[in-house]
Design a protein around this ligand. Structure first.
Ligand SMILES: Nc1ncnc2c1ncn2[C@@H]1O[C@H](COP(=O)(O)OP(=O)(O)O)[C@@H](O)[C@H]1O
Ligand SMILES: [Mg+2]
Length: 224
């Protein structure tokens, strides 16, 4: 099978003075289209570092990450950004919404960066995307006027606006009550049903329960 995301033997070290932190020590994983993988583990176990390396936001010191068959690791930041724009949707912990733009305008900005006409022509129209993510009633709202659940939905809408093969979310429901969390999980499930490979880091047992597969991290390695 063609795996949208494959990571092999990732290492990441951080240095602060004499202190060396091994944030990742030999992590490998592959996620299939339509699969929801949840990464769990105690705080400091390397979840965010792993997700950043998978998304090309950070570059591993060792190992390799392939997205849609293309290596994203060990490239200049510009190239990683370009590959991320094409293939990956990232739901940021602090929500990836530009505050001076409405929800709809935030999506338009993401789409304006797509230049490939073939890709453009197969995109779901924005009103349909907003409806699918249950945020259509807030299309004209500015981010600071959104509730927590609405912000989460809008952030996911922005993340999937360019029709990515991979969706990556770092603790996306950390601040949400369980009802809202369930709604967000439903959105991930519907993205997976469309064939998107979904990777979520979370502390929540509820999120873990929604996974097709759980990856447990401990001290920068996969424990099980
Ligand atoms: N930019 C950084 N500089 C120095 N140390 C870092 C940096 N990012 C993460 N770390 C360290 O790497 C380890 C893993 O962190 P992180 O990936 O954030 O774990 P988690 O997301 O599981 O809480 C921790 O010990 C953390 O302090
Ligand atoms: Mg983290």
């Amino acid at each position: 099978m063609n795996m949208p995301i494959i990571a092999r033997d990732l290492y990441r070290f951080f240095h602060a003075g004499d202190e060396e932190t091994l944030a990742l020590r030999g992590v490998s994983l592959a996620v299939a289209p339509g699969e929801i993988v949840v990464v769990v583990g105690p705080s400091g176990s390397g979840k965010s570092t792993l997700l950043s390396c998978l998304a090309g936001l950070d570059d591993p010191d060792g190992g390799v990450v392939h997205i849609q068959g293309v290596r994203i690791s060990r490239r200049p930041e510009r190239e990683r950004t370009e590959l991320r724009r094409k293939h990956i949707g990232v739901v940021y912990q602090q929500w990836n919404l530009l505050s001076h733009l409405t929800v709809q305008q935030n999506i338009q900005v993401v789409r304006s960066l797509i230049h490939d006409q073939t890709v453009k022509s197969r995109l779901v129209p924005i009103p349909d995307l907003l409806t699918e993510l249950q945020i259509d009633h807030r299309a004209g709202a500015y981010p600071q006027r959104l509730s927590g659940g609405e912000s989460a939905r809008a952030a996911i809408a922005v993340a999937v606006a360019a029709d990515p093969a991979v969706l990556i979310a770092d603790e996306p429901t950390g601040e949400l009550d369980q009802l809202t969390e369930n709604a967000v999980l439903g959105l991930f499930a519907s993205q997976a049903a469309r064939g998107v490979a979904v990777i979520v880091a979370s502390h929540s047992p509820n999120v873990e329960a929604a996974a097709d597969r759980v990856i447990r991290m401990r001290d920068g390695a996969v424990a099980s």
